[in-house]
Design a protein. Structure first.
Length: 149
């Protein structure tokens, strides 16, 4: 038999202490995950607003660069950019972007002419349960984004 020395202590954690620490960590991770999950709609909304604004700017730039009218259509959670082909006398789809988790509504489909000016002035409303944004176009082609709620 070995004799225990005075003042020696057991080193390490007991199973109970380890279990309690793991339970506390699991609760903290769960709470953090729920907080992040509630922020997903916010980030989807902001991403869609940025993409819609970028699409409008890109359509204007394409119209200026190519010397051909470009139209942006909004609806059913998607944005489409079309260019006008004078030979076919038809609008040709160039690109399409879908937006998940948001609704996109517009009162008109803006058409950017070869001079960069816009006809068919539009107000675009992008929203979800987190809030909504309004994008407006001026006749000069200026694009303004406003947070509504």
């Amino acid at each position: 038999m070995k004799e225990k020395e005075k003042g020696s202590m057991a080193k390490g954690f007991t199973l109970l202490e380890t279990s309690i620490a793991l339970a506390i960590m699991a609760i903290l991770i769960y709470v953090a995950g729920m907080s992040l999950q509630n922020l997903v709609p916010k980030y989807k909304l902001e991403k869609s607003v940025r993409e819609a604004g970028t699409t409008l700017h890109a359509a204007r730039a394409k119209a200026l660069y190519k010397g051909r009218s470009h139209r942006v259509k909004f609806g059913s959670g998607a944005t489409a950019v079309e260019s006008y082909d004078p030979d076919r006398k038809a609008w040709i789809l160039e690109e399409r972007h879908t937006a998940e988790g948001v609704t996109i509504e517009a009162n008109n489909s803006p058409v950017f002419g070869p001079d960069g000016a816009v006809s068919g002035l539009a107000t675009v409303l992008i929203s979800n349960r987190w809030g909504s944004y309004k994008i407006t176009l001026a006749i000069t082609g200026r694009i303004k984004t406003t947070k509504l709620s």
